[in-house]
Write a protein that binds this ligand. Structure first.
Ligand SMILES: [Zn+2]
Length: 176
């Protein structure tokens, strides 16, 4: 299929003939595309939960890819797609003006993706740092608490022990 996602296409046949729109989904296996504002279908969505509201939603339906033509971003004409080899890559070009149809877009998208992944990685490392810091805090405070408790309980025990010994001594005195 010569049409790809994010292409601008013009529908040439069917009920939406003449409309232009951006390709939202490309289904190469079915040779179909979903175009923004083309083959709009109404779906009656009934409320199934208490907080839902019944409504009629509009969806973009798929159309045959052969019913649409790519609009060249360079010359603005509807065109057939030719292929050219640039370096190791096969790129799509406009058959009318020879301009690349997707090279510039793809580069931008790749850059965006790279930025996103870098940002995500940075976030992750920050999260890890904060997590480890809080963990350290917890362990230190926990250690302090347990130590304090131990000493306190130890002190209690020792006093209790003293009391019992004192009692034993008293008993011994009484016995005598
Ligand atoms: Zn062109």
């Amino acid at each position: 299929m010569r049409i790809k996602k994010n292409d601008t296409v013009k529908v040439i046949t069917g009920k939406d003939a003449g409309k232009t729109g951006k390709v939202l989904v490309a289904l190469p296996k079915e040779n179909r595309i979903v175009v923004e504002g083309v083959n709009v279908q109404k779906k009656h969505k009934k409320a199934r939960k208490a907080q839902d509201v019944s409504k009629i939603e509009e969806q973009n339906g798929a159309i045959q890819a052969s019913n649409a033509m790519v609009v060249c971003p360079k010359c603005g004409k509807t065109t057939r797609v030719a292929y050219a080899v640039e370096g190791d890559k096969k790129i799509r070009v406009c058959k009318k003006c020879g301009g690349a149809l997707d090279a510039a877009k793809e580069v931008k998208e790749v850059k965006k993706a790279a930025k996103k992944s870098a940002a995500k990685a940075a976030e992750k490392t920050e999260e890890k740092k904060t997590k480890s810091a809080s963990g350290a805090k917890k362990t230190s405070s926990g250690a302090k608490k347990s130590a304090a408790e131990k000493t306190a309980s130890g002190a209690k025990k020792s006093t209790a022990a003293k009391k019992t010994t004192a009692k034993k001594a008293e008993d011994a005195d009484k016995a005598e």
